[in-house]
Unconditional design. Structure first.
Length: 381
């Protein structure tokens, strides 16, 4: 890397020869001005107003314009002889904690490279001292015609210097913040915290300039005679009527993005009254115990299966057996069943006795008629 300034670091009585190197570079796409009618380049020529002719860079110097418009020439030799110790020296004036530096003051960044072998030892000493103290060095130096303020800190194994604005060059934020009377609720702060937690942290190395990439795509397409890519249509942001709704939508969208889901277009953060929920008039059916219904069904099935066997047995047996069985079955059930069985048994016994007497009478009458027929046959013979 090419150095832009040579000098030394003044660290008390220690002097460290160094070279100043730019630590940053711009990757922005630059454009040229052209004449839109014919595409010709528009150039700025440096012309002397007195002679009305173009002059070269070697003929150009510096001058200070006085209040009356007169020019006071200033040469590089005049600037090099300035009576200040920082003309070629980065003079360290203090060591402070890094959080004492307002980021608004920070400007261009440079690397300080050790110039030659003699600078290696004091350079390493300063670097390690900054590491162990966890502090940064505040220094003054002169660059490009003016004295500047700088902050020295350790970056890896090198010492970097950030150009700082002087404190009086930083404007006070007057009239920038909103006027008083704004109240933030705790619920809104909780949602803001949830949104910050959901977004989480990010590796700054993963960030890149999407605008520059898009410009390069347009340039490449036009150079190839193709149509430049069109911009994606984005939904216009709706009017935020409720900060809570906006925060809730933001947290939901951030979570979907973190989960890898494609979130839809952002909806307007409006508050709308939801219709009342319809309550069903039907009540939920009561739960029926499985065991109870199963046992009842089993009993009914067993009773149906037992009925045909019972009827078959009754048809195949005599009246007396069925009567006695029914009597015994009813007797085993209850006291009323036993009384019914006794009455049935008594009726059965009476029927049997009547049957026997009827049989005897029938036999007698049959015998008498048979005897009379036999006697009449004998008489006729």
């Amino acid at each position: 890397m090419r150095s832009i300034w040579n000098g030394a670091i003044s660290f008390g009585l220690v002097t460290i020869p160094i070279k100043l190197v730019n630590a940053t570079e711009s990757h922005a796409v630059s454009f040229r001005q052209i004449h839109t009618e014919d595409g010709g380049r528009i150039r700025y020529r440096k012309v002397c107003e007195l002679e009305d002719r173009e002059v070269t860079q070697a003929e150009i110097g510096k001058a200070y314009e006085d209040a009356d418009g007169s020019m006071i020439p200033i040469t590089d030799e005049d600037l090099s002889q300035l009576p200040i110790p920082t003309a070629r020296t980065i003079e360290i004036v203090a060591f402070v904690p890094e959080d004492r530096i307002d980021p608004l003051q920070m400007g261009s960044a440079y690397y300080l490279a050790a110039s030659g072998a003699p600078a290696a030892k004091p350079y390493t000493l300063l670097r390690e001292a900054l590491k162990r103290s966890n502090r940064v060095a505040i220094a003054k130096f002169a660059l490009r015609g003016r004295e500047r303020l700088g902050m020295l800190r350790v970056v890896g194994d090198a010492i970097a210097m950030h150009g700082l604005l002087w404190p009086d060059e930083v404007r006070a934020p007057e009239g920038v913040a909103p006027e008083g009377g704004v109240t933030v609720r705790d619920q809104e702060l909780d949602l803001a915290d949830a949104l910050m937690d959901t977004l989480g942290e990010i590796d700054l190395d993963d960030l890149h300039d999407e605008y520059r990439e898009a410009v390069e795509e347009v340039v490449a397409a036009k150079a190839a005679g193709e149509r430049p890519p069109e911009a994606r249509e984005e939904a216009a942001p709706g009017k935020v009527l409720d900060l809570m709704a906006a925060l809730e939508n933001s947290v939901r969208a951030a979570r979907e993005s973190r989960d890898g889901e494609e979130a839809g277009p952002a909806e307007e953060a409006e508050v709308r009254s939801l219709p009342p929920r319809k309550t069903s008039s039907r009540r939920a059916p009561k739960e029926t115990g499985g065991k109870k219904s199963t046992s009842t069904a089993a009993k009914k099935t067993a009773a149906k299966k037992a009925e045909p066997k019972k009827s078959t047995a009754k048809s195949g047996s005599s009246t007396s057996r069925s009567t006695s069985r029914s009597g015994s079955a009813s007797g085993s059930g209850s006291a009323s069943g036993s009384g019914s069985a006794k009455r049935t048994a008594a009726k059965g016994a009476a029927k049997k006795a009547a049957g026997r007497s009827a049989a005897k009478e029938t036999a007698k009458s049959t015998g008498r008629s048979t005897a009379k027929k036999t006697a009449s046959r004998r008489r006729s013979a």
